[in-house]
Design a protein around this ligand. Sequence first.
Ligand SMILES: Cc1ncc(COP(=O)(O)O)c(C=O)c1O
Length: 401
Amino acid sequence: MSRNDELKARAEAVIPGGMYGHMSTYRMLPEGYPQYFERADGCRLWDVDGNEYIDFMCSYGPMIAGYANPRVRAAADAQRNQIDIANAPAAVIVDLAEKMMSQISHAEWAIFAKNGNDATTACNMIARGRTGKRKILVAQGAYHGSQPWAARRTKGTPDEDYVHFPTYTFNDIESVTQAVAQASGDLAGIVVSAFRHDAGFHQELTDPDFARAVRALCDKEDAALILDDVRAGMRLSLDASWSEFGVQPDLSAWGKAIANGEPIAAVLGSDPWREAASKTFMTGSFWYQAAPMAASLETLAILNEENAPARLEALGQRFRDGIYEQAQRHGHSVLQSGPSAMPTLMFEDDKDSRLGFAFCQAALKEGVYLHPWHNMFLSLAHSEADIDQALEGTDRAFGTL
Ligand SMILES: Cc1ncc(COP(=O)(O)O)c(C=O)c1O
């Protein structure tokens, strides 16, 4: 029996469903994906049976500068050796807030938390706190975390919990306008994501006109434009993701990549929302941890030095071009969607995911860790040689279909 299977058998008895959430291979991935890893370095992972993979998931986003990045690790360790958590925060919290202010155009204050969902939920609370209104519009199918309002598909939640979270369709301003009208004066905020990155669907880039129209609606309604940049943050831009359209949010939520895997999330806001933020009680035992803040400062330095978004886009494009050529040559119609720094790869006319699963399983056997229905992630630790090696594996994988 493999070590992976042995661990899975033991876990069945002590972990509900064998594993939970997005890291459950039972729920998320086809047969054959390892449930347990034991080592990570750069863009590579080793499972508990010693198999090596070039990783295209980056831990579902956080690992933007590579696993075990020596600079980030040294910064976190140095801080941890001095002080990490205590009765009050360390000075690094101010340094990090200042750094984020200097980098993110709309940000005039910061609050740090742990998970992306802490940040998206805090944005809602601040929006409601300032406006005194209740409704928060959320795009249908979007994911903003695993809390009921943010996932909308979890057991254990009464329908009433969604009453103040009506939905709209991303990129469809008419649907937003209708939802705003239905909120009839009770609109506190509209939550948007960097682009439409719903898992299981072809990805959709944001229509700049949509972004501008949502901004205008928020202004008209005196409601907060809340940008959830948890997944895409720092990957498409070193500023908030809608900056490229000239659209600034009032509140933005960050997590995942801002500290290269150390646990930290951030809420950033502009001045009009500062007082409400200061009056909203938000906290957590680990929210002030200093080591992830030091890691974040170092990560942001690296991302700026290496102009991460341009680099990730170029690497993603290299991968994408290779896949395109291979799919053509092997006679498969593959639809690649989303930005190339966060590529999604699905087969056309593959409703039951049969082809996508078979392709990813074959790639896995070749040492390439892809995802059949979730957007993937590049990192600064991927080199051109890694991409080319991965493409040799995907070429053989196409050959097995
Ligand atoms: C867009 C988006 N928002 C929020 C979250 C929640 O972040 P976390 O899992 O850190 O709570 C995620 C996580 O995948 C996400 O992709």
